[in-house]
Design a protein around this ligand. Sequence first.
Ligand code: PMT
Length: 313
Amino acid sequence: MAEPNIDGKLAEEFAVPAHVEEVKERMTEFARCHASEGRRVVVITSGGTKVPLESRTVRFLDNFSSGRRGASSAEYFIEAGYAVIFLHRHRSLYPYTRMFSTINMLDALQLRRDSGEEVVVNQEVLPNISKVLKRYQEVKERRLLLPIEFSALSEYLHLLKATAQALSTIGSKAMFYLAAAVSDFYIPASEMPEHKIQSSNGPLQLSLNMVPKILSPLVKDWAPQAFVISFKLETDKSILLDKAKKALDTYRHQAVVANVLDTRRGYVVVVTRDTQVELSLTDEDEKRDVEIEERIVSNLTSAHQRFIDQQKE
Ligand code: PMT
């Protein structure tokens, strides 16, 4: 069973999103449909969670995550034949459109000189647009990507639980790729002021509770047959691998992708109980725009296949 009070704690201290049951049904249907066609399904969590300080929220705590790892990984998983549930932070980077996230839409469009009304794409601003658009539309038509959004930590926790329960129906064909940067601290609903905190009351002192480690019930109870990958982020390289191994010992899941904040775009270590594989990009790779996520996904999809084969033996 899960640690005694995680389910109770989730229900009591984290507001349940109104649409959670409807989302769960959509995910169950998505997973069943793809698994029946022989496809594996990966849940990617992506982006940072927001922790409100007031229930009518004016201020909140946030973190650095851009969602780029999750968004680019989604594309590589789809290329590898997976269907993807993309559980992501509202307005964080999104598969395919991520490539144009820094472009001002109005700079990318122009009025045709001769007609004056008709709008055309400026190919200089968006040189790859037709290739990316074609792929995006194929993925949409084949319903290979199911996007689900969260903003607050409470939404993330309840939606991840619902996702795990929805995917328990497809057993080892499910993979969890937990790349989101989830807050470790929060203010319980019962202790949160309703209205905006007033600066006229002087300096603000916050006391934050620890967020329950959701990995534990996910692995043990909600999706016990799934292939589960967590991520470990540190800023101090010297403690990274020990922390990754400790996470594996504690949660008993299949792998941890360990990364350091400053070097995360070019170097990670995939740690399992028996192996430690370093993945990195050379200067040459970077010149060719190779992304580290392509290597991470390739490593993990092979490991997932071996995991499925072992379950059959
Ligand atoms: O989004 P980018 O800018 O591209 O950056 C990618 C990344 C650095 C955010 C990503 O590679 C990464 O490392 N994500 C995990 C960051 C992290 O802070 O992990 P953690 O030590 O808080 O949590 C460990 C694992 O448990 C994570 O997989 C997390 O998703 C999961 N977790 C954490 C807390 C919690 N309450 N429940 C969880 O399931």
